[in-house]
Design a protein around this ligand. Sequence first.
Ligand SMILES: C[S@@+](CC[C@H](N)C(=O)[O-])C[C@H]1O[C@@H](n2cnc3c(N)ncnc32)[C@H](O)[C@@H]1O
Length: 292
Amino acid sequence: MMALSDLTPDDINRMSYNELIGIVRETNRPPGGRRSVHEIAARCFLRPESRVLDVGTSTGFTAIELARTVGCEIVGVDINEESLEEARRRARRLGLSRISFIRGDAHDLAFEDRSFDLVIAGNLVSLVPDPSELLSQLVRLLSANGCLALTPMYYIQAPPVDLVADVGKAIKVELAPRFRAEALRTLRLPDCEVVYSADFEFEEVTEDRIADFCQQILSRSHLESLLPRSRDALREVYLSYMKLFARNLSHMGFTILILRPGTTSDDPELFSAVAIPAGVTRNLPREMVAKL
Ligand SMILES: C[S@@+](CC[C@H](N)C(=O)[O-])C[C@H]1O[C@@H](n2cnc3c(N)ncnc32)[C@H](O)[C@@H]1O
């Protein structure tokens, strides 16, 4: 890892967004942030005895949130050492002991088969060229009745072609833009059942909020060791990425998807149910509903 004081503007401009995350020490969340993490913990019935693997952990948001709330044992893996350093710093600051962060490639992890009760691959599944290949690697790590939790992102409105290309350049990934049905199809595994699935869309973000956010991140004291011209380059590129992502996300949604290997021997569910908004009861006149 290069010292911040040695980074030139060219070094900064050459970095992908994922590398910049480690430099600025951003809190990089899965789509839906804390709410998605809590939903996954609850739906997977995580307990303090559970072992969890968070792949593509970045600066450790998901892993740290689960360590804080559930207290289970967690390993976070990422290919980016700079982001992992920040994840370790954050875990240390919070005094978390049952958490570790390891550098590794999600496609080639050296863990034993069936060693985790939950594997989370968040949005990493949207960034790899062959998600089903990645998933088959991850499924082998699951204990009996263990779960695989994903938060794939996809387009819900057709994006301009240049937008997809620019996002691809920013994260240095050749993106195959997918709509919901196709994105979820790539995550279908023959020997797994879907135990939970919920869809979301991203909210709009104003230019003012983007500017305030960037100002806050870039005024961190550790960045003072950058050369002034490198700091200027960082400001310019980071702000342009945030504007680009805001534009991109205004066309996107995501799903919290939980899969479990194996199929049950249960009969199909004939009498299924859907949630209805509070106060609305189908087939009953409103005045009767009020009396219920
Ligand atoms: C968008 S962030 C993920 C944020 C959040 N943890 C989530 O689950 O959505 C993607 C992260 O995956 C990492 N990554 C990309 N390819 C990877 C690979 N093959 N193995 C491990 N990590 C990878 C990147 O370095 C980056 O930190």
